[in-house]
Design a protein around this ligand. Structure first.
Ligand SMILES: [Cu+2]
Length: 165
């Protein structure tokens, strides 16, 4: 009896491994895969935050991210960030191209989903829903994991480029 139950549990785990082959946070929408979804915990009573995602397009056609929304903030909008005359500046992005073969990576210092008017501070360890709307693929809800205040990227993120300073 117990042996049989244990065997069943093993079969269940094996089945789950097939259904969720990569990162547990990955969400698929047609040809698109959205993963590495994270946000930084709020430092104090901050009213603004940012969420980061990595979008991979496994299809043949390009798509565009055109909107973002979340119940944890009054407004969510895609921003980009760049150095301009020695000053870090943010500006809204109307649409983000999601092209086949090259992951679109949101990260601190670059593309981010700006969360404006946070209803409550983002607490490390929590998750919250974020709805992303694509021009062709439609809308999908992903879960964003809140990491520590000093987090700079998702822990599952693949190593890219140099190791920094
Ligand atoms: Cu911003």
């Amino acid at each position: 009896m117990t042996v049989k139950a244990g065997y069943r549990a093993l079969v269940l785990i094996a089945t789950m491994a097939v259904v969720f082959p990569a990162i547990a946070d990955d969400t698929t929408l047609g040809a698109l895969t959205i993963g590495d979804t994270w946000a930084r915990a709020s430092a104090g009573p901050a009213k603004a935050g940012a969420a980061y995602v990595t979008i991979t397009n496994g299809g043949a056609e390009a798509d565009r991210l055109i909107a973002a929304a979340t119940p944890v903030a009054k407004k969510a909008a895609v921003h980009t960030q760049m150095m301009q005359g020695g000053i870090m500046k943010m500006r809204p992005v109307v649409a983000v191209e999601v092209n086949p073969g090259e992951p679109t990576v949101f990260m601190p210092g670059g593309l981010h989903v700006m969360l404006m008017g946070l209803k409550a501070p983002l607490v490390e360890g929590d998750t919250f829903p974020l709805t992303l709307t694509f021009e062709k693929s439609g809308a999908v809800e992903v879960r964003v994991r809140v990491l520590g205040v000093g987090a700079t990227r998702h822990p599952m993120h693949h190593k890219m480029g140099g190791s920094g300073s």
